[in-house]
Design a protein. Structure first.
Length: 281
């Protein structure tokens, strides 16, 4: 059932995702809107919410572990020369309003707040589109504007001294199954080969489903992929892989990721064709 705080996305009349705008979560999880459950057209769930291995993983959304020292990812903060540390530094993304709401998508304004102050204002545009009888696409764009008088910067555990942990930005926590999903791009296969690379798309394939993530703008495609398969299944697009990402006062950072959600285990050729169709729409 659709409610004001949890609209349902539909494709060809079928529900494929619920968007929760005002989750009731403890502060240490960095409360933020998220999509969950997201399903294939056949109804297979392809997201997880608050799993035991990482309770701060919330379906599909935007999560950033370091905005000028404030944690919008949830859980512990990676501190240089100290490691993961429990800090009272968590922020929250607060739903402000919908500029547009339709069965197949919405445009939303959010406020990123920490220590009683608004740091960033986000405009989030989400659209669901049918691709085939067994695949649809989630088009997700977010724009982050620095609304303070001072420069802000986005960091990650990698920029704070933890190699290989450049998470932060768009993030999809996928369904965990008995076996780890397959991971591949057009040229590489396996978590070790794909994690941290820059590729037009990256696919995650489970027992009966395939997710394909594609940067839909030239700037987004320059961000490397953060990929996990063996420990848990998740894919993100890294905003701050090597150095902190500055956002001067009044400036805006924009990223757009299109995700193909398909039934079945798709081969490379089918994945590439669906990506072309999804990004061109």
């Amino acid at each position: 059932m659709t409610t004001p705080d949890s609209p349902v996305l539909r494709v060809a009349g079928r529900p494929v995702g619920r968007y929760v705008t005002r989750p009731e979560l403890p502060a240490r999880l960095s409360p933020r809107p998220y999509l969950h459950p997201v399903t294939t057209l056949a109804g297979t769930a392809v997201t997880e919410l608050g799993p035991a291995d990482h309770i701060h993983h919330l379906g599909v959304g935007v999560a950033v572990p370091d905005v000028e020292g404030h944690n919008f990812w949830g859980g512990r903060t990676y501190v240089r020369d100290q490691g993961p540390t429990e800090l009272d530094n968590h922020g929250a993304q607060r739903h402000h309003s919908f500029q547009l709401r339709d069965p197949d998508g919405f445009v939303e304004e959010l406020r990123w707040v920490a220590s009683g102050a608004e740091l960033l204002r986000e405009r989030r545009t989400v659209a669901a589109t049918e691709l085939t009888a067994s695949a649809w696409a989630l088009d997700f764009t977010f724009s982050l504007t620095n609304v303070t008088r001072d420069p802000l910067s986005i960091g990650s555990p990698a920029t704070n001294g933890r190699p290989g942990a450049a998470y932060g930005g768009f993030f999809w926590r996928a369904r965990k199954e008995q076996q780890a999903p397959d991971v591949f791009t057009a040229d590489h296969e396996g978590e070790a080969a794909v994690h941290g690379t820059r590729a037009d798309w990256v696919a995650l394939s489970g027992t009966t489903w395939t997710l394909v993530f594609a940067g839909a703008t030239e700037r987004t495609r320059r961000d490397p992929w953060f990929v996990r398969a063996d420990e848990y299944p998740g894919v993100g697009s890294s905003l701050a892989p090597d150095t902190r990402l500055p956002i001067p006062p009044g400036e805006t950072v924009v990223r757009r990721i299109v995700t193909v959600v398909a039934d079945g285990r798709l081969p490379r050729l089918d994945v590439a064709a669906l990506v072309r169709k999804a990004v061109s729409q």
